[in-house]
Design a protein around this ligand. Sequence first.
Ligand code: SF4
Length: 301
Amino acid sequence: MPILFDSFSEWGEWCREHGSAPWEAVLSYEMEQRGRSEQEIWDRLDQAFVVMKDAVHTGLEEDMTSVSGMIRNGAKKVRDAKVSVLGENFQKLIYYTLAAKEVNSCMGRIVAAPTAGASGIMPGVLTTIEELHQIPRRTLLEGMLIAAGIALIIERRASISGAVGGCQAETGTAAAMGAGAVVWCLGGDLEMIFESVAITLMNMLGLVCDPVAGLVEVPCVKRNSSASVIAFAAAQIALSGDSAVIPVDEVVDAMGEVGASMELRYKETALGGIANTPTARAIEKKVLVQEAEEVENDLVS
Ligand code: SF4
């Protein structure tokens, strides 16, 4: 990817023309854009994966209670739940994703892939697939490069920001990245990767950004877990050879169109949706009082 592709079809053409794997285009783009050697890129990807795994472990080992009190160790509760609705692996995907995102909501170290609001999805998806299928580290890192390529094109054609395109742009993009990485790790080809992106985005279309009290906690944390589930559903369908019917570039454009027509109150302003419910408003008031008291205390001391 010596230049940034404007579309998935251009990415596909480049791979076919050069007889390259999809991650190779992203690798060459990263090397050229950032002026880094190939080894540096692999090292940085590896470091990012380590941070993601650390976030999962931190979220499961340390106290994850957010300052607002809205986040209260949800990942551990799912891990320790007596009832497993779909089996151990499904449960694991949920609590790994929650754990990493809770670390973000509690101000811990995460990888914003592609944003902090969606930072539980890639760690949840990658850690689960690595464990479940014993995926070699190199293959996982290739999957991460593919995920980065997916985000670059979505950002260019639509948006990856909740403030611009709603939550579909943020958690939707992260889920699409996760789906593409899973397809690659499990031996899927370029077409299957693109189908998984299209299926994922179709299923997250229209999702609004409505964080309670403007904090990236509710509904964000649990929304990450459902996005991880959609990523696996899309990967499963794409790997079967089934199609999204609508080409991926058209789906991304549809997401851009929906995002552009979304009212401002659904774009991270905390004015609509879940953020505008009576309970959310009461929480918001409490958070504002809490913040005012902190400022007052700082001024006194
Ligand atoms: S609701 Fe908004 S802030 Fe929360 S994860 Fe979605 S896009 Fe990010």
